[in-house]
Design a protein around this ligand. Structure first.
Ligand SMILES: Nc1ncnc2c1ncn2[C@@H]1O[C@H](COP(=O)(O)OP(=O)(O)OP(=O)(O)O)[C@@H](O)[C@H]1O
Length: 600
């Protein structure tokens, strides 16, 4: 997690220090310059509480890709938790804040669990329903919530200035939770699932648990914001949960920049200033916010921070390439040196009698395939013959109707996300990169790190060490692929060939024992195809099994030790390249284009 100090990170550190200094000095500044210091202190405290909730929304929607309409309800729940503890149970308010965090995190987890299969929009509707239910329970459950009048007399028992510092401390904590989470393997997993649950699964990330964790952490922060809000107001009632109140958080998030670390803070600060300047015309506040949102969506859809990052000034500069020449670079030493030496007696990957139907189409019709460790195994066949379906069945993206899959003689796990953990990683036919993440983060997403999200948020030494090692490994891999100079660039800025190489490198980062590449040479220029061939050879030397699905038969014949040929879902030939090339059934399958398989 310790990053090299670039000009951008130095600027970020200076800005962060300046903002923290301003927040800490604010009460002294207002004391000095204004007769109405308490008002301005309260204004900034309110903005800080709103920023905590906006950070929570950013984690859920920006980084987790989950549309949340439950955030005012979660804030209300946090408020009730704090009020109940402080007023009804007579316990210290910090205990109430703790309960607020737990209650809202638990409700978020439950919401996620009941909507695991929901799409983006349906998840949003489920959270909307939950929000309405929380408000209604608040109205009806008199004994606990005080009903429609709510709970009053919530007193933090300290001077307003002291409470201001409590709020600022909470904002700093919320920001650090967001930053440390996002920069950890948990955060990278959340962004991977946001961009493509399928690719995330192929990297060994379990989408359901990742979403559960992200939404629960976000829920906890929403509860914290609710507890602080109740303490600041001195009361809590069901109206706090009304959706109208959530408008300001949404506008702030989109204006500041959703999916950016500083966006929620900047957005809320911006809105606070707008509302404050227009306070003499308060009835137009909603109109002003609506117009602000509309204009920002039309002019700067990525928000202020997102637009800055995408601009010429905010974009990273290309570093001189640190030895990133695939001609000469070596595959990092740790690739392939897994804990188990390759067992040459048992196939690394085996499919037995695989059958797969799509409606009336029999895409696989009893395919047997056995791939040995330390070999490159080609799978060829005409278009639509079933190659990609075979890969998907072997990696459990499709459930085969019949047959079994074995990895080093053991039955393969049933879930696709568990297959990389068993040693088999696939690369898709169409590039499936995490396009909005940096090139380095794409590779880091593939690396399994042995620390928990809690140690990431607390930046414990074990986590920092593991991150340092992961970054060093990822950097070595990028240097091998000739992409080191582009490490901090977004993946979508790469050329097609670079994207394909990055995807292969990302798969290698999972430290597989079997690597399946589905048409990796498509769209590559000859130099890139050579680099790919060298990579396959290097991985074979390291004892990996490489499965190569390809249309480029010349390439397959050059790099493969064994070839399986499929036609209409059946294996029609298998053996050494020269033997397969001369097989009459193979020549017949390529009827019309025998030049594709015949030696020149
Ligand atoms: N999700 C799906 N739904 C319905 N039919 C499918 C699906 N996936 C594949 N098929 C069909 O199964 C057959 C095998 O397709 P598959 O994509 O596995 O072939 P392929 O050999 O990989 O082809 P290509 O070389 O063009 O990528 C084809 O007839 C295809 O139309």
């Amino acid at each position: 997690m310790s990053r090299p100090l670039t000009a951008a990170s130095a600027a970020t550190a200076v800005t962060t220090a300046a903002v923290v200094a301003l927040l800490l000095a604010w009460p002294f500044i207002t004391d000095f310059y204004s007769y109405n210091a308490q008002y301005y202190d309260g204004l900034v405290a309110s903005a800080a509480i709103a920023a905590v909730l906006t950070i929570s929304l950013n984690l859920a929607m920006g980084y987790g890709g989950m549309l949340s309409m439950a955030h005012t309800g979660l804030q209300l729940l946090g408020g009730y938790g704090t009020a109940f503890v402080a007023v009804k149970a007579g316990l210290p308010w910090p205990v109430g804040l703790g309960l607020a965090v737990v209650l809202s995190a638990v409700l978020s987890a439950l919401l996620l669990l009941v909507s695991l299969r929901a799409t983006y929009l349906y998840f949003g509707m489920i959270t909307l329903a939950a929000n309405l239910i929380v408000i209604e329970i608040g109205r009806e459950w008199d004994d606990v919530t005080g009903g429609i009048n709510g709970i009053t007399g919530i007193d933090p028992g300290m001077a307003k200035r002291a409470f201001y510092y409590v709020v600022v401390a909470a904002l700093i904590v919320a920001y650090l939770v967001q930053r440390n989470f996002v920069r950890s393997s948990a955060g990278r997993a959340a962004m991977a699932v946001r961009e493509s649950p399928e690719s995330a699964s192929a990297m060994g990330i379990r989408p359901a648990t990742t979403k559960l964790l992200t939404f629960s952490v976000a829920g906890g922060l929403a509860g914290l914001s609710g507890g602080l809000y109740a303490l600041q107001l001195g009361f809590i009632n069901p109206d706090v949960g009304l959706l109208d109140n959530g408008l300001v958080f949404f506008v702030g998030l989109f204006l500041g920049g959703i999916g950016t670390l500083a966006g929620p803070l900047l957005g809320v600060a911006f809105i606070t200033v707008i509302v404050e300047l227009g306070k003499d015309h308060a009835r137009y506040t909603t109109l002003i916010l609506g117009v602000a949102l509309l204009v920002s969506m039309m002019v700067i859809p990525r928000g202020i921070v997102g637009t800055w990052q995408a601009s010429r000034f905010g974009r990273p500069k290309a570093a001189p390439d640190a030895g990133g020449d695939p001609e000469t670079s070596q595959v990092p030493a740790s690739v392939g040196s897994g804990d188990r030496p390759p067992d040459r007696d048992v196939p690394a990957l085996e499919g037995r009698g695989l059958v797969k139907h799509f409606g009336g189409v029999r895409a696989l019709d009893g395919v047997d395939i056995a791939v040995q460790a330390g070999t490159v195994h080609g799978v060829i066949g005409p278009n639509g013959s079933g190659k990609s379906t075979l890969v998907s069945c072997l990696t459990r993206f499709y459930r085969a109707d019949e047959g079994e899959v074995l990895i080093f003689g053991e039955p393969a796990p049933a879930a696709s996300w568990a297959v990389p953990g068993a040693g088999v990683t696939r690369v898709f036919q169409v590039p499936h990169l995490f396009e909005r993440q940096s090139v380095l983060d794409n590779v880091l997403t593939g690396i399994r790190t042995p620390y928990s999200w809690v140690s990431a948020v607390l930046r414990l030494p074990s986590c920092l060490r593991a991150e340092r090692e992961a970054r060093a490994f990822a950097t070595e891999l990028l240097a091998f692929a000739g992409l080191a100079a582009r490490a901090s660039f977004p993946a979508d800025s790469l050329s097609h060939g670079q994207k394909r190489l990055l995807e292969v490198v990302r798969a290698v980062a999972t430290r597989p024992r079997v690597l399946i590449l589905d048409e990796p040479a498509t769209g590559l220029v000859p130099g890139e195809i050579d680099a790919l061939a060298r990579l396959c050879a290097a991985l074979r030397e390291r004892g990996l099994a490489v499965v190569l699905i390809e249309h480029n038969v010349e390439f397959v014949m050059k790099v493969c030790d064994e070839v399986t040929v499929i036609e209409t879902g059946r294996v029609i030939a298998r053996g050494a390249p020269a033997q397969v090339r001369a097989d009459p059934a193979v020549l017949a399958a390529y009827l019309g284009r025998p030049d594709l398989v015949e030696s020149s």
